[in-house]
Design a protein around this ligand. Structure first.
Ligand SMILES: Cc1cc2nc3c(=O)[nH]c(=O)nc-3n(C[C@H](O)[C@H](O)[C@H](O)COP(=O)(O)OP(=O)(O)OC[C@H]3O[C@@H](n4cnc5c(N)ncnc54)[C@H](O)[C@@H]3O)c2cc1C
Length: 360
């Protein structure tokens, strides 16, 4: 029996964007929350995130969560206190085969109250001078989408949660149960008592769920980006955020000047759950080889930095918010596979709804 170090209505394991979004919504409903993280706030995948937000969900994996997320980010959170979306626009590229999905996506975005337009390859090249798109490609352009500084959003969520959110720096080692269901979390620093528990600890959620007989099929996938310095002929770029469904490339402007953040979806799984503030020369080559076809200036732009990290993905499935019938009081919100930031406001609200029913 370890010492009780904290108690609250709800214990949240993981202070990434998902855990914080849920914690803020729980405190807004008058519940107390203890959030446990072994590395501090936004130290996992969240701290590495590129922060791209858009309403379009081409694969339709997460219903309207991306649109809800963009709407909430545009409103600067629930109290107007989050940083503003950098509304550089979002351009999602598909080839002719992708047209039906693009049309369905545009309809879904508009149904959710956001603006989306279809652009031809010529219109894209004329409008965005750094881009070059093959004939026959189509772009879904969302003028009010863009990106956000992720660490600042995490800080704002934590601030909005106020004193009803207590942070504990410790590694969670198991979920505790009594006859009635979950009753807390065991940590390296002692026990946290709670009537409901949210596991939002990325891949770290799997062993915690297993401690009470719940199987989460999670692994890590490599997610990285490089920073490239476009030539300095002009002082800025008109580059929107770009998601190229034909190659897996994604781009956005860096904070200032003509620096561009660029990544290409990787299929490498089971990588270490670590965040490194640099990328290998091989990764720079891999990314450049793809992105130079959409942004020709990146072919010989010097690499000036980058991040090599990971995200949790569900093996053979999608990220989900799940309230488990047994043990009662356990909710998991995991498996966001490179997309968790844009979904976080919707995911956090849904998780908080479920937890409120259990602990409210
Ligand atoms: C390079 C990169 C770029 C990305 N770009 C985008 C983007 O542009 N747009 C987008 O929508 N998404 C993007 N993503 C994905 C997005 O960042 C993630 O999906 C999201 O941050 C996941 O949040 P999370 O809270 O689930 O996990 P995390 O941020 O990983 O948080 C989990 C937390 O749990 C803690 N933890 C784990 N195990 C334990 C334990 N046993 N005890 C205590 N604490 C524990 C960890 O320390 C960590 O802080 C990107 C990701 C990366 C890596």
């Amino acid at each position: 029996m370890t010492a009780v170090i904290a108690g609250a209505d709800v214990a949240v394991v993981g202070c990434g964007i998902i855990g914080l979004a849920a914690a803020e919504r729980l405190t807004a409903r008058g519940l107390s929350v203890v959030a446990v993280d072994e590395s501090g706030v936004a130290a996992g995948s969240t701290g590495a995130s590129g922060g791209l937000v858009r309403a379009l969900d081409l694969a339709g994996r997460h219903g309207s969560w991306a649109a809800q997320g963009l709407d909430r980010y545009l409103r600067q959170g629930w109290h107007g206190t989050w940083p503003a979306v950098r509304e550089h626009g979002s351009l999602t590229l598909v080839d002719a085969d992708g047209l039906p999905d693009a049309l369905a996506g545009v309809a879904a975005v508009r149904a959710a109250g956001q603006d989306a337009q279809l652009l031809s390859a010529q219109e894209i090249s004329a409008r965005f001078t750094d881009l070059s798109v093959p004939e026959g490609f189509i772009g879904v352009y969302e003028p009010r989408a863009g990106w956000l500084p992720v660490a600042e959003v995490a800080t704002a969520m934590r601030r909005d949660a106020g004193p009803a959110l207590q942070l504990v720096r410790a590694k969670a080692t198991g979920v505790l149960t009594s006859a009635a269901g979950v009753c807390g979390v065991r940590t390296t620093e002692g026990t946290v008592r709670a009537r409901a528990v949210l596991l939002a600890a990325g891949v770290g959620s799997a062993p915690l769920a297993a401690s009470v007989g719940v199987r989460l099929a999670l692994c890590t996938r490599s997610v990285s980006y490089c920073l490239f310095q476009l030539d300095q002929d002009s002082g800025s770029t008109d580059l929107p955020t770009v998601a190229d469904a034909t190659t897996g490339a994604w781009l956005r402007r860096w904070n200032r000047g003509r620096t561009v953040l660029a990544g290409v979806v990787s299929q490498e799984t089971d990588v270490p759950a670590t965040v490194r503030g640099r990328v290998s020369a091989d990764e720079q080559r891999r990314v450049r080889e793809v992105v130079r076809h959409r942004c020709p200036g990146l072919a010989d732009a010097p690499a000036v930095g980058g991040v090599a990290a990971y995200d949790a993905m569900v093996v053979g499935g999608q990220g989900a918010v799940t309230d488990w019938p047994s043990p009662g009081g356990l909710v998991t919100a995991v498996g966001w596979n490179g997309n968790g930031f844009k979904l976080a406001p919707a995911v956090g609200e849904l998780a908080a709804d479920r937890l409120y029913e259990m602990a409210g």
